[in-house]
Ligand binder design. Structure first.
Ligand code: MF3
Ligand code: CO
Ligand code: CO
Length: 261
């Protein structure tokens, strides 16, 4: 089992990828509103990324056809952009990735479109807080299971379930690598100790109903809640330093800890 520990030069490369991806999120942010199609968001993301000389990691990844994932309402993750227009009351996760000089950045946010009902808003709020609770649980010398435990306990205390089949992941010169970062106390993750120089994502998916998910039988990508209840997600790429977690994908204009949706 080999989890890379990145040196100073490599962490600078990771920072550059995280920064570029966060800048993309801020670029897209004003477009995420009622009436825009998810295909239009995908085109904007693709063109912005390519114009900077970078590449979207999702495009062509295991045959994935688009540059970003757009997951609306009961879609948990990996929603494929199409001609669907966002509408008032939707919650939509936009998951974006950038490759800079071979290094990956990966992050997502859930957006509220227009007036959203209170329970959907509470799901988004708790999921956002769960991400930061997970980030704060991550420290050198602590096992990966503590991230999942913190997220899981918080989500359950607020009445939401936590998706198990999709996890955070190590990231670097590959999109997905070890260690897996479960968002629940998965026993094997007790053996993995977090060290300075590790880089990984934390990306909790919380559901208003069951944690169980179903893969779309036609497109083989779109993941939905098994009971069609709402799902929300937030993701950051995290570098572990000797002083604690550094968020590599911090945006300028997006929600920061303490934000109220
Ligand atoms: N960005 C997702 C993640 O957070 C992975 C999307 S893979 C794709 O790990 F192929 F669906 F784009
Ligand atoms: Co990820
Ligand atoms: Co992602």
């Amino acid at each position: 089992m080999k989890i890379p520990l990145y040196n100073e030069r490599q962490t600078e490369a990771l920072r550059a990828a995280g920064r570029a991806n966060a800048a993309l999120m801020d670029y897209l942010r004003p477009y995420v509103r009622a009436g825009v199609t998810t295909a239009e968001l995908d085109r904007l993301a693709h063109d912005y990324t390519v114009n900077q000389g970078y590449k979207p990691a999702c495009l062509g990844y295991k045959g994935y056809p688009k540059s970003i994932c757009t997951s609306i309402n009961e879609v948990v993750c990996h929603g494929i952009p199409d001609q669907t227009a966002l509408k008032d009351g939707d919650i939509v996760n936009m998951d974006i990735t950038t490759i800079v000089d071979g290094w990956y950045g990966d992050q997502s946010e859930t957006f509220l479109i227009g007036e959203v009902n209170p329970e959907a808003k509470r799901l988004v709020q708790v999921t956002f807080e769960a991400l930061y609770i997970g980030i704060r649980a991550a420290r050198p010398g602590v096992a990966v299971i503590e991230i999942g435990r913190a997220i899981y306990d918080y989500a359950r205390s607020r009445g939401f379930e936590v998706v198990e089949e999709y996890q955070g992941h190590g990231i670097g010169r590959h999109f997905h690598q070890e260690p897996g970062i479960p968002h629940y106390p998965e026993p094997n993750s007790a053996k993995i100790i977090i060290r300075p120089g590790m880089c990984f994502t934390i990306e909790p998916m919380l559901n208003a109903g069951t944690f169980k998910t179903v893969l779309d039988r036609n497109d083989k990508w779109t993941v939905r809640t098994a009971d069609n209840s709402l799902s929300a997600q937030f993701e950051h790429t995290i570098l572990m330093t000797k002083d604690g977690p550094e968020i590599l994908t911090k945006t300028k204009d997006g929600p920061q800890p303490g934000h109220e949706f």
